[in-house]
Design a protein around this ligand. Structure first.
Ligand SMILES: [Zn+2]
Length: 242
């Protein structure tokens, strides 16, 4: 029995500890900001609606927002024109630089694994895609001059579509999980960086379409280090319009 009991000693017990609803909401909102789906200055839905979308109590939501505000991810204003907004670009840029410094070794490790998985996904995609997969990848191509959350969304869609083309659920799930760890709102990087992302996706698309696995992997390896380990290059600050 002792060996069975040992299964439930502190390591296992810690992993089974109940995670609080406010922590889950906090992590979800932060990952949406990290990914750029929620962009600088975006107004969050009213508290009542947001609590209902997340299926948590308003008390738990308030706690999550309080922590996000203390971390400077969001700003809350009271009054008629009040509400909670994502922080502005300069504030997010500071958070990004701080996050990169604090998490540099983890980010390196995540980036190393992502490069391998994304290259493999690109090569497999070129070999295995079906016509309907390619239509989906085609729809996720980024038109030139796309910016902000729209660019971020298409960027994520493109990588997800590529993983679908590869027909390997383990690769697709692992890529999606690792991408949620990374703080990279691509749509808010500067114009030069954005143009590079668009171009690189076009080259990956062409290699996959032409069923050229070597070229697809090689174009992906040129694309992948983007943003992870280099100096962040952000769009100059903009004042939210409302
Ligand atoms: Zn990309």
């Amino acid at each position: 029995m002792d060996s069975i009991t040992a299964l439930f000693t502190k390591d296992t017990a810690a992993s089974a500890r109940q995670v609080r609803a406010s922590d889950i909401a906090h992590d979800l909102l932060r990952s949406l900001i990290h990914g750029g789906e929620l962009g600088p200055g975006d107004l969050l839905p009213p508290e009542r609606d947001l609590a209902s979308y997340l299926a948590i109590s308003r008390t738990a939501l308030r706690e999550a927002l309080r922590v996000l505000e203390a971390e400077a991810y969001v700003v809350t204003k009271v009054g008629a024109k009040g509400g909670t907004r994502v922080a502005d670009t300069p504030a997010l840029e500071r958070l990004y630089v701080g996050w990169l410094e604090t998490n540099s070794s983890r980010v390196k490790e995540v980036a190393e694994v992502l490069v391998v998985l994304e290259k493999t996904a690109a090569a497999l995609a070129a070999q295995r895609y079906r016509p309907e997969d390619l239509a989906r990848l085609n729809a996720a191509r980024i038109p030139p001059n796309t910016t902000g959350s729209e660019l971020t969304r298409r960027h994520t869609d493109f990588h997800a579509a590529l993983a679908i083309c590869a027909h390997n659920a383990v690769i697709a799930d692992t890529i999606a999980k690792l991408r949620r760890e990374v703080f990279l709102p691509v749509g808010f990087l500067n114009a030069r960086r954005r143009a590079r992302i668009v171009e690189e996706h076009e080259r990956i698309f062409a290699a996959v379409r032409d069923r050229n696995p070597e070229a697809a992997a090689s174009e992906m390896s040129k694309h992948m280090p983007i943003g992870y380990l280099s100096e962040p290059e952000w769009e100059p600050a903009e004042i939210p319009s409302s």
